[in-house]
Write a protein that binds this ligand. Sequence first.
Ligand code: DI6
Ligand code: FE
Length: 406
Amino acid sequence: MTSFALRPSADGLWTGLRDPGGAPLALAVADGVLRWAGAPDAVPAAWAGARVHDGAGALVTPGLVDCHTHLVYGGQRANEFAMRLAGASYEEVAKAGGGIVSSVRATREASEDALFASASARLENLLAEGVCAIEIKSGYGLALDHERKQLRVARRLAQAHGVTVRTTFLGAHALPPEYAGRSQAYVDLVCREMLPALAAEELVDAVDVFCERIAFSLDETERVFQAARALGLPVKLHAEQLSDMGGAALAARYGALSCDHVEHLSQAGIEAMQAAGTVAVLLPGAFYTLRDTQLPPIAALREAGVPMAVSTDHNPGTSPALSLLLMVNMACTLFRLTVPEALDGVTRHAARALGLQGTHGGLIVGQSANFVLWDVREAAELAYWFGQRPVRTVVRQGRIAVGEGA
Ligand code: DI6
Ligand code: FE
């Protein structure tokens, strides 16, 4: 891998572009920052001598944002996938040593360098498709040292690949085996030791909980949220994926950035999210892998004006997906999002789900240059094709990361 710092600069005038609506567009970049965007015949005279990058008719969008991933873990769980195909139940898989705890075991056994190498390889897939910012959760360590190891890897990935990474502490993902039957004691550990220590090391940008019958209760979730609030950290929630626990309304009371999954979200939950400005993050990869049939309440979310983001939920158990564009396709096909909704879902609304709306997810003058040139005639093609990668050029953090001279 070439060091990201050696990638060519994107400074200059980008011409021959079309915006997602098809209108001609030019962009001007200097010192890695987007300085101007507008019609090609309105380029300010100051840019007359600038280096020209010819977009040759490419469609341009903001850099993509993958706002919910569990990218850093040891091992993989293809065997479980095969067991489930052969008819094994969730309990049988768990009894055979599978499920989240099998990833916890493999993550604990892996060195930081090994986790970095495997997560790097996965990240490359997402970056090649135009991802410029990504959220990475902990939650496969479930002990201070191992959660730290995961979060340190997430920070290293940001440096090594020149990509914006937001880290999320998900210590309350599952009960580790050594705390079986003692969930209160584990939540104490999460709130009193793990979270304060990791926050002090600046490894935590947000805090998440898996609030579900098979994971943590509403009360336990609230305790973690209180600990986050005491440290001034924003919260998010794995909410109403398998049942309606009332998690979304709780999260909204804590001003959550997002509630994610939300297949079983109630009208009361929707209204609470709307009032709090909380984003609904839709995860069609998990819906698909679990062969779920309960659709998230898309029409009601749309009606209420709750912003909808779309993400991979990349994880080794329920969504081994490494294509955000495939999630765009699935969000349209399975969830019936419109193409503009799905594209907003992986750009501006995804940025908002990470608190990055001021810096990512749009072609915003004054921000670091993050954009993608696509080899397509119309925006709908980004949702329509699947299994191909119509990327021509990716400009990430002001450098040409993919394409032209990269
Ligand atoms: N939601 C899920 O579906 C999973 N985690 C989560 O928070 C499953 C993760 C796994 O099986 O490893
Ligand atoms: Fe998840």
